[in-house]
Design a protein around this ligand. Structure first.
Ligand SMILES: *Cc1c(COP(=O)(O)O)cnc(C)c1O
Length: 400
């Protein structure tokens, strides 16, 4: 017990004065020195840092949401539908249309963002003595869910092109006996997709693996995080098509990215009824407010409109990747990871990425310092925003 004096610094993000958590507060020992997650929130003209859909909702969809929320207004004295049955059915209909997979509401579950879905998965399937396995680099929130649920967190390195190293991943699953295997596809921050055959190999392998410390016959749950799946090239399948044959598969999704609904905080997961029932044990009572359910239902009723810019953002991704590959940093062409998402990881040999990031900020363009050293991530904006990004980056690279 050496923590008796002084105070612990907690950064509240750029632009906010640092505060400190007083040392007399009984903060959990493993949280001492931790800082809240979040990209710097800077007020710059062009924000390409958090992978949102840059196009605002149409007036028609806004009116439908307002009307839907108004209708539940009278009943806000009552708790909402705990099982959010209508919304689960609406997500089933959406998946039928989007991924040609017919599921029933018992195989579907929603929460306040896929971040809450993930936390519920960790609460149900992680825990002390358990391990979750991921593929590095990946979404930086995963270790935080692990920490918050006292779950061990292990990583297998991806290959140089950020695809999964299948042999190493299978070996790690075999040797660790994790209770959860977490794979983002398309992966954040690389944008790379997990091929369906590799996922099937992993699922099959997990069927033969025993979870360490668990009773005989308990196998790992494989979680595929498909936050960006709608941005994949047409014709590529989604992991939801494997749910019927794999009771240990959970596919997490969100309305935050392609669906242009990040502010509403709605995520969902498709999985076997057994996995969904496990999540129902750990969820907070009535975790999804009536307002959220009403807003999500109205937006899902206008799915085509909400997704109408996805094709354009896909083209922007291709054009921006081509353009970036034609740029040089200190005489060497930039590398760009193969992306099926709405963002690009680029650079590969930026010896001072922080300087590049800051020079872009000075020119009004905010991107993200994330992922491996020497790389930066930019998400796709409107045509005007991408013009501003290209112009600023060309200037900065010329001075590097
Ligand atoms: C953005 C993102 C999410 C989405 O989180 P929400 O809580 O649904 O907004 C989930 N997973 C990954 C990998 C992401 O990048």
């Amino acid at each position: 017990m050496s923590q008796t004096s002084g105070s612990r610094q907690v950064a509240l993000g750029e632009g906010t004065a640092d505060r400190s958590i007083p040392a007399y507060l009984p903060l959990r020992a493993d949280l001492i020195g931790e800082t809240p997650y979040g990209a710097p929130q800077l007020d710059l003209p062009v924000c390409l840092n958090v992978n949102e859909n840059p196009y605002p909702l149409s007036d028609r969809v806004v009116d439908a949401i307002a009307e839907s929320v108004r209708r539940v207004g009278q009943e806000l004295n009552r708790y909402p539908d705990r099982e959010h049955t209508r919304l689960r059915q609406a997500f089933c209909d959406y998946l039928d249309q989007e991924s040609q997979t017919r599921l029933v509401p018992q195989q579907l579950w929603a929460a306040n963002g896929s971040n809450e879905i993930m936390l519920q998965l960790f609460q149900a399937f992680g825990g002390p003595g358990r391990t979750a396995l991921g593929a590095d680099p990946t979404y930086s929130m995963y270790p935080e869910y692990a920490r918050d649920t006292f779950t061990g967190w292990e990583l297998v390195a991806r290959r140089a092109d950020f695809t999964i190293d299948l042999e190493k991943t299978l070996a790690a699953i075999e040797s660790l006996g994790p209770s959860m295997v977490l794979l983002a596809s398309p992966n954040n921050p690389s944008g790379t997709m997990l091929p369906m055959e590799e996922l099937e190999t992993i699922l099959k392998a997990c069927q033969g693996v025993q979870v360490a410390g668990a009773p005989e016959g308990v196998h790992p749950v494989v979680v595929v995080d498909e936050a960006y799946i709608e941005f994949r090239d047409p014709g590529l399948p989604s992991a939801v098509s494997l749910i019927e044959d794999h009771p240990n598969l959970a596919v997490s999704r969100t309305m935050s990215k392609a669906f242009a609904f990040a502010g509403a905080r709605v995520g969902y997961v498709a999985a076997s009824a057994g996995i969904i029932d496990a999540l129902r044990i750990v969820r907070m009572p009535c975790h999804l407010s009536a307002v959220t359910q009403a807003a999500a239902l109205a937006a899902l009723g206008h799915a085509d409109e909400q997704l109408s810019q996805v094709g354009r953002l896909r083209r922007t991704r291709q054009e921006t990747a081509d353009w970036l590959r034609g740029q040089t940093y200190r005489g060497k062409p930039l590398e760009v990871a193969d992306s099926q998402s709405n963002f690009l990881l680029f650079g590969g040999h930026f010896e001072n990425r922080q300087w590049i990031f800051e020079e872009l900020c000075k020119r009004g363009v905010l991107i993200r310092v994330v992922g491996p050293q020497c790389w930066l991530r930019v998400c796709m904006g409107t045509d005007e925003e991408m013009d501003a990004f290209r112009q600023a980056l060309a200037e900065v690279l010329a001075q590097a």
